[in-house]
Design a protein around this ligand. Structure first.
Ligand code: TF8
Length: 337
């Protein structure tokens, strides 16, 4: 009886394997997917993209191949988004902040101090409201698959240590191409200049701008420590990244092909968040080792900063709509419990 059962099970699993293989043969067309991103290959963004590519190839029996192209070689985040919308490029990962011009609801993620920690970010972004904001992209020609972690942003500059709010004044600070960031840093007294990420290193090197703000991981992987002396721990906002597919391209895929991309994106998300957190935990020591002078913003000054930035909340709420604003605040409160 036992042997019979075992034989039966073996036969069934062979049949299942054959069936899945057959499905693979007919459901997957040979495809080459150009997947662009802005950071270097040796970065959290680059590593997770590589894992995504491997997963897609594996799950499609080698039929679907992802050509990962980093360092903004396919263009800035904004340019790649347009290429996806037009169908000239298949996939990318980039900041949600640069999508605000396309889908205004994305600005909700730029709310200063929205999340206290990464756990809260995961719960809200992966929950219903995160999905809802992502789904808004579809009518604009983009399909969002998952959010990755860019991370909590911190301030660097080449002029002076920022120990109090007033130290920001007169610092020429690169910000992302997004009104919330522009307003936030103007509010703090900086001379905010929007620039694409791909122009940032040179702008810092040539003193076109004095400073910028990004998570530790990026300050490290983009070698900003070579051109920035001072790092101030501000954690002023958590930035997500988002993995995008051209809707034109997506609609031409079979259900099985879409599933391969979504499953691989989820795997890459879990990998990327862990990798980013592991790297961030060590990055500050690494950056000090590279010669950066690091200071924590004293609690009282952090409080003043928070209070000042509260002024942009009202305009974010008005732009994304009060309902969405409240829904996100509710989701954060629930995640906090
Ligand atoms: C920035 C963002 C960057 C992203 C990346 C190029 O400062 O934080 O990490 O845009 O995808 O621009």
């Amino acid at each position: 009886m036992k042997t019979f059962r075992r034989t039966l099970l073996a036969a069934l699993s062979v049949a299942a394997f054959a069936a899945s293989f057959q499905a693979a043969a007919q459901d997957f067309k040979p495809r080459i997917i150009r997947f662009g991103y802005g950071l270097n290959e040796v970065s959290n963004q680059g590593r997770a993209t590589k894992l995504f590519a491997q997963e897609v190839e594996k799950a499609s029996g080698g039929k679907m191949k992802v050509r990962a192209i980093g360092a903004a070689a396919l263009g800035t985040d904004l340019q790649m988004q347009q290429a996806l919308i037009g169908g000239a490029q298949e996939m990318m990962v980039g900041s949600t902040a640069t999508l605000v011009g396309i889908t205004k609801e994305m600005a909700i993620w730029d709310t200063p101090f929205l999340f206290n920690n990464a756990k809260e970010a995961d719960v809200v972004l992966d929950g219903p409201v995160g999905q809802k904001v992502m789904d808004k992209l579809q009518e604009k020609g983009l399909v969002g698959l998952v959010y990755w972690e860019n991370g909590f942003r911190n301030l660097t500059n080449s002029k002076r240590p920022v120990a109090k709010l007033e130290d920001m004044s007169g610092i020429k600070l690169r910000v992302m191409q997004n009104n919330v960031f522009l307003d936030s840093f103007k509010t703090l007294g900086a001379n905010a200049v929007p620039l694409p990420f791909s122009e940032l290193f040179t702008a810092l090197e040539t003193n076109t701008v004095d400073g910028q703000e990004n998570p530790y991981n990026t300050i490290l992987s983009s070698k900003f420590y070579e051109v920035q002396k001072y790092l101030t721990v501000t954690n002023h906002v958590y930035s997500p990244w988002i993995v995008l597919v051209s809707k034109k391209y997506w609609d031409g895929l079979s259900k099985a092909e879409q599933k391969v991309l979504l499953d691989a994106a989820k795997k890459s998300r879990d990998f990327e968040r862990q990798d980013t957190r592991d790297e961030a935990a060590k990055a500050l020591a690494d950056l000090k080792g590279k010669g950066m002078q690091v200071n924590e913003l004293p609690a009282a000054e952090a409080g003043r900063m928070r209070e000042k930035l509260g002024a942009v909340n009202a305009s974010i709420a008005a732009n994304v709509g009060e309902d969405l604003w409240k829904e996100v605040q509710g989701a954060v409160a629930a995640a906090r419990k």
